[in-house]
Design a protein around this ligand. Structure first.
Ligand code: HEM
Length: 229
C-alpha cells in the first residue's frame, strides 16, 4: 500500500494510535475539570449544588480510562506505542540542538532547525514527562482511592504529590495543545486521520522521511512531488 494519500498527504499515525491519543486527551481534560472545584474556592457553591459525589464518581471513571489507555494501546496501537517508547528513550545530537534553537518558533519565529526524526526533541520530552506523570498519578491515585484503609501517612503524602503532578501535567498539556493548534496546525491532521501534508513532513520531520526512503516505503521523488502538489 502506498504511503502517499490524496496526492499531497503522507501516512504518519495508524488509526488505533489516533484513538488512544484522543482517549488520553479527553480523559485527561475531564480529570482536570472534575477536580478543579476542589482547588478553586469560587467554584465551591457550584460544586456543593451539583454534589461532590458526582464529581468524585466522574473523576474516578475518567481516571480508570486514563490509566487504561496505554493498556488498550497494547492491543490496538502496539506499533505506535513501541515507536513512542523507542523514540523517547533515544535522544540524538539533533534533538538537543532542536531544544536549544526551538523557543523562537513558539512565538511565530522561523529558527533554522536541524533535521528531525519521527518525533522531535520537544515531543520526546513531552512523551517522557507525560509517561512519568502517568506513573505518579496512577500510584497516588490508587492510594487516594483505597488508602483510607491502608495508611493515613501514605494518604497524607499522596494528596500534594497527586495535585502537583496533575498541575504540571495540565500545564504541559495546554502548552502541547497550543503547539499543535496554533504553532503547527498541520500536525493536527495527523491526529484526525493519521496523515500529514508531505510538505509538513519534509519541513518538520525530514529524517523520518529519509528513514521511509531508506526502508523502501516511498521514494524521495514521490514525497517531493506530493509536497509541491
Ligand atoms: C486539544 C488537545 C490536544 C491536541 C490538539 C493534541 C495534538 C497532538 C498532535 C497533533 C500530536 C501528533 C504530533 C506528531 O504527529 O508529531 C500529538 C501527539 C501527542 N500527544 Fe497530544 N494533543 C492534545 C492533548 C493531549 C493530552 C491532554 C496529552 C497528555 C496528557 C497528549 C499527549 C500527547 C503525546 C504524549 C503525544 C506524542 C508526542 C508528541 O507529539 O508530543 N496530547 N498530540
Amino acid at each position: 500500500m502506498g504511503m502517499i494519500v490524496n496526492k499531497s498527504y503522507i501516512k504518519r499515525h495508524r488509526k488505533g494510535f489516533v484513538i488512544c491519543h484522543w482517549l488520553n486527551a479527553v480523559s485527561f481534560f475531564m480529570l482536570f475539570l472534575t477536580a478543579l472545584p476542589l482547588y478553586i474556592p469560587s467554584f465551591g457553591d457550584f460544586y456543593r449544588a451539583v454534589g461532590p459525589y458526582y464529581f468524585q464518581v466522574l473523576h474516578r471513571a475518567f481516571g480508570v480510562l486514563y490509566l487504561a489507555t496505554p493498556v488498550i494501546g497494547l492491543f490496538i496501537a502496539r506499533n505506535g506505542y513501541k515507536r513512542l517508547i523507542t523514540e523517547a528513550t533515544h535522544f540524538t545530537k539533533e534533538d538537543i540542538e532542536f531544544q536549544k534553537k526551538f523557543p523562537p518558533e513558539l512565538i511565530g519565529g522561523q529558527p533554522d532547525l536541524p533535521k528531525q526524526g519521527f518525533y522531535n526533541g520537544g515531543e520526546k520530552m513531552n512523551i517522557l514527562l507525560q509517561a512519568a506523570l502517568w506513573v505518579v498519578l496512577a500510584v497516588t491515585g490508587v492510594i487516594l482511592w483505597f488508602g483510607v484503609d491502608w495508611s493515613p501517612v501514605l494518604r497524607t503524602w499522596a494528596i500534594p504529590i497527586h495535585s502537583i503532578a496533575a498541575g504540571v501535567g495540565f500545564a504541559a498539556a495546554l502548552g502541547h495543545a497550543y503547539l499543535a493548534f496554533v504553532v503547527n496546525p498541520d500536525s493536527v491532521h495527523g491526529m484526525k486521520d493519521g496523515t500529514v501534508k508531505a510538505a509538513y513532513a519534509l519541513h518538520h520531520h525530514e529524517s523520518w522521511v529519509d528513514e521511509l526512503v531508506r526502508d523502501g516505503k516511498v521514494t524521495r521523488e514521490e514525497v517531493e512531488a506530493a509536497a509541491k502538489h
